[in-house]
Write a protein that binds this ligand. Sequence first.
Ligand code: GUN
Length: 287
Amino acid sequence: MTCEETLILDGAAKSKEIYKEIKTEVEKLNKEEEVVPRLSIIFVGDNPASASYIKLQQKVCTKVGIDSKVVNLPKNISQEGLLAELDKINNDDSINGILIQLPLPAHIDDDKIIRKINPSKDLDSFHPYNIGELVIGGDAYIPCTPEGVMALLDKYKIGVKGKDVTIIGHSNIVGKPMALLLLNRNATVSVCHIDTKDTAKYTKKSDIVIVAAGVPNLITADMIKEGAVVIDVGINEVDGKIVGDVDFENVKKKAAAITPVPGGAGPMTIAMLLKDTVKSCKNMLNK
Ligand code: GUN
């Protein structure tokens, strides 16, 4: 495998195809049902990375015709205050999807908030009901990043059945649901994390490596099997530049396919958020 043959998995281009499909669906809902899908984003405080991510989400929502509203709450809001705000949105029938932007301030107990999200609007699949559905292969919400990775693999017709896959990172938002999605499609999955003794032992034998650790250059060429598929979910800022968790230039020389950062897994995450907002809107109309 030479560098020239490596397939670059272009999430930016593939997400645009999905936006087009969503826009058509939204126009149909506007015309036939006289409804506009609505997303509510709860943003506590003023974390600059979260603020710019929310701006991007809203820009894309506007493009496809989804109405998005940010509920920006002060960073010193009490747990009870936040729960009261969430309750209003949970019970507002005009809102189809809720996204609680993480991280929440340290004094807020994330777990208590997550358990109070209306599961039928829980686009992130934070609520135990939705993540439980994923365990048994049910049709509930799937966290947007792993859902986006699966959609990207599907777009490029990269099958996972019977493949050896290693995931690096075992977060509730990415690593764990990623493992479940792959298991549900009969991949053989290993999950490595910060306490794994020898991550390379797993990655070296894997057909697909998915990394979501938040550590630049964590995955180097010597850790990858010739011809593997490498999906980089990391987003890190190094010297003012956004990079992933993979040593892209060197790993690219060995991989059959690889995602760039930015422009790989990231845009697919937002595409899934929009898709799931429309899905919720249809569910609420019983369509
Ligand atoms: N912050 C970083 N990633 C995510 C995500 O996937 N969902 C939410 N709600 N917040 C995040």
